[in-house]
Design a protein around this ligand. Structure first.
Ligand SMILES: *Cc1c(COP(=O)(O)O)cnc(C)c1O
Length: 362
């Protein structure tokens, strides 16, 4: 078949909303100070790595994994103090859980709502499963516009509302009482995405049982295990029972199960690392605050969003890159993020490298 023939078939069969997209782009970071993806920069002490490898040595790669990942589920319940009456559903990253939720509600006329700007996957996955996505703009200070959100909920009757708490890419924590108003008003599910819970002091876990339509999404990615791809959803048993029907069998492979269980048994190691990251976040925020021409936003996460002089974000991003420092330019991704850049908090040395390079290029 000719190239033209293949293109005609693609036009005919691949859905227009899929054809219109670009594949999720991840730039190569080899040789860079990598501060673009909210990763924990720390590795594990050598003796623990050896113990970990010992555990992996025992894993039966010839067998299918435990389909329910029982041991890992129990470890997650203990580590994160999940209320006993709530259920837990595991995903290959929280992205997969977002996909399961959206697949469960997808259908003609179904709408998903989120305050915007927010985590890009809510919209991308909605598009991919043919669910209409509606963003409600945040206020200029990136707080929730509660009136506009409640109005949109009443008008559109969304099947799901996604709220990142703290939020990505803005880094702030929304008002807890405003989120409660949204939960009370929503006609369907409200998913509070706590991907950054290790970097803030609040969570909706303790009110799960008060709100039967609330689901909490967590991930080990930002905590320090981004390579594993493990997320979990916590909520009422009946909801999760339905979502579990969408889950592909064995979605959590044997190596993830064994690794995550081992890592979470040594949770204090991760906690120590996230404490260091939080301390560095405060130092980095302080240093950005005094830089002329830089407006940085408060962060309860492991990254900081900051705005530079109008029209300079692209140029500064590139000049940092020329100095082997990779961050993320948010300019152009959403109108509210004009002239914004986002830097992940790294080790003290990495942060110094970033600050030095930024001062030089400003
Ligand atoms: C990074 C991020 C996720 C994705 O987590 P994975 O478990 O790595 O798929 C989900 N939600 C928010 C808000 C994030 O920033």
């Amino acid at each position: 078949m000719t190239t033209q023939g293949v293109n005609e078939l693609i036009q005919k069969w691949v859905r227009p909303e899929v054809r219109a997209q670009k594949a999720y782009h991840v730039p190569s970071a080899a040789g860079y100070v990598k501060l673009d993806a909210m990763e924990n920069p720390y590795t594990w002490p050598e003796p623990l790595v050896n113990e970990w490898l010992q555990v992996l040595r025992e894993v039966s790669l010839n067998r299918y994994p435990d389909p329910a990942a029982q041991q890992l589920q129990e470890q997650i319940r203990t580590t994160f103090a999940i209320p006993p009456e709530s259920a837990v559903l595991l995903g290959n990253g929280s992205d997969e859980l977002i996909q399961m939720i959206l697949m469960a509600v997808a259908g003609l006329g179904r709408i998903v709502l989120a305050p915007e700007p927010t985590f890009s996957m809510y919209k991308i996955i909605s598009t991919n499963v043919s669910v209409r996505y509606h963003g409600v703009p945040l206020k200029n200070d990136f707080s929730l516009d509660l009136d506009a959100t409640l109005r949109a909920i009443d008008e559109l009757q969304p099947a799901v509302v996604f709220i990142a708490y703290p939020s990505n890419p803005t880094g702030n924590l929304f008002s807890r009482s405003e989120i409660c108003s949204i939960i009370e008003d929503a006609p369907g599910l409200v998913v509070v995405d706590e991907a950054y819970s290790a970097f803030c002091d609040d969570s909706f876990i303790d009110v799960l049982t008060e709100y039967p339509q609330l689901l909490i999404l967590r991930t080990v990615s930002k905590l320090g295990l981004a390579g594993l791809r493990l997320g979990f959803l916590v909520g009422g048993r009946d909801w999760l029972h339905e979502l579990d029907k969408i889950r592909l069998p064995y979605n959590i492979n044997v190596l993830i199960q064994a690794s995550a269980e081992f890592a979470l048994r040594h949770y204090p190691v991760l906690l120590d690392q996230t404490r260091r990251i939080r301390a560095e976040r405060e130092r980095l925020a302080g240093a950005l605050k005094v830089l002329p021409g830089v407006e940085s936003f408060p962060s309860q996460t492991n990254f900081i969003l900051f705005r530079v002089a109008a029209g300079r974000a692209g140029e500064l991003f590139q000049r940092l890159k020329d100095r082997r420092v990779l961050i993320k330019s948010m300019h152009g991704s959403h109108p509210a993020l004009h002239d914004c850049l986002r830097v992940t908090v790294g080790t003290p040395e990495e942060n110094d490298a970033f600050l030095g390079a930024l001062k030089a290029v400003l």
